[in-house]
Design a protein around this ligand. Structure first.
Ligand code: CUA
Length: 354
């Protein structure tokens, strides 16, 4: 699948003016560096509208400044300037000109909408289905057609792996409030609405990592409801799928084994699921292959043993208001004893779940 990106010169000129006006710094979470046909179509609409707005702004401001200077009161005269009402040619002019501008924008928008709403032809074996579920404040991703060894859909959180070049048909659902699915470099936003399933598609022609973000205010940690899209080449994606389909073997010895025993005996299993164990909760992220993910807490921390330890010790300090904050205090109280040691065991166990 190919797509036409904006030319280097038009992109540079646009960046220059856009950043000069907004004082933004360049980041990978941007609509100004589109990486899919959908995002490129949207960018190609944004640029002419932006320049049209620049032209209108310059003309209006120039007339305003000219009028202020040319017709300001001079000297001490209190005389009222000559009053007049109505100027038919002017009034026709300033009605027709914006109507033409808006008409052109409407036609361009309608044309872009047809591109954005027409999925590329999906040959057999060239598309996959993904179910994205919004939670306060993290993303759950399920692959309904890719079943694990327990015959359940592959279920993950925060990291969305997709095969580069294929069409990703998604459904969007929310279990609590309205969220919005947005991967700026791959396409526009679509809301996740409780009790209503939205559908859409996107694709990533190029292998790479793309940043996603909830784009609808959904509570205290809305800004920390992030995700990453990994567009893998075919063999990497197959390897990832195979890994996720496997039920992890219980650690046989050491801290990880102690952690597994502790996890199974703690309230953790009321909220989290780990395939092959009695943990089947679905309030928090499925942790079956937790160790294979790149981030913790919906993209807030890199997934390292140090960060996981920090998170388990005090989730409130990292992401206030999240459900883990209360739950973890309960769990630590339930343990009694040495919380540091227990958390060390849990970290060893969870990170072993590759
Ligand atoms: Cu979910 Cu904002």
């Amino acid at each position: 699948m190919s797509f036409r990106g904006p030319s280097v010169i038009s992109r540079l000129a646009f960046f220059f003016f856009f950043f000069a006006l907004t004082a933004c710094s360049y980041s990978p979470q941007t609509t100004l560096d589109p990486k899919s046909a959908t995002a490129t179509a949207e960018y190609d609409l944004l640029v002419p509208i932006f320049w049209a707005a620049v032209v209108v702004f310059v003309i209006v401001e120039a007339l305003l400044v000219y009028s202020v200077l040319r017709f300001r009161a001079r000297g001490d005269s209190d005389a009222i300037p000559v009053q007049f009402h109505g100027n038919t040619p002017l009034e026709i002019g300033w009605t027709i000109a914006p109507a033409i501008v808006l008409g052109v924008i409407f036609l361009m928008t309608a044309q872009t909408m047809t591109v954005v709403h027409s999925p590329p032809p999906a040959a057999a074996g060239n598309s996959i289905n993904v179910r994205a579920i919004g939670h306060q404040w993290w993303w759950e991703f399920q692959y309904p057609d890719l079943k694990t060894a327990e015959a359940k859909p592959i279920t993950t959180a925060s990291d969305l792996h997709i095969p580069a070049g294929q069409v990703i048909n998604y459904t969007l659902e929310s279990i609590d409030v309205i969220h919005s699915f947005w991967v700026p470099q791959l396409g526009g936003k679509t809301d996740l609405i409780p009790g209503h399933t939205n559908h859409g598609f996107f694709n990533a022609p190029q292998v790479g990592q793309y940043f996603g973000q909830c784009a609808e205010f959904c509570g205290e940690q809305h800004a920390q409801m992030r995700f990453r899209v990994y567009a893998d080449n075919a063999s990497d994606f197959d390897a990832w799928v195979k890994g996720q389909q496997t039920i992890p073997t219980a650690p046989a010895a050491g801290l990880a084994q102690q952690g597994a025993t502790l996890f199974a005996a703690s309230a953790c299993i009321g909220c989290h699921a780990i395939a092959g164990t009695k943990a089947i909760g679905n309030v928090g992220p499925n942790l079956t292959h937790f160790g294979s993910r790149t981030t913790i807490a919906s993209g807030v921390l890199d997934n390292t043993p140090e960060n996981l330890s920090k998170w388990l010790h005090n989730p409130e300090a990292i992401k206030s208001g999240n459900d883990m904050s209360v739950a973890m205090r309960t769990v630590i109280a339930q343990w009694g004893g040495d919380a540091d040691k227990n958390i060390e065991m849990l970290v060893a166990y969870l990170e072993s779940l590759k």
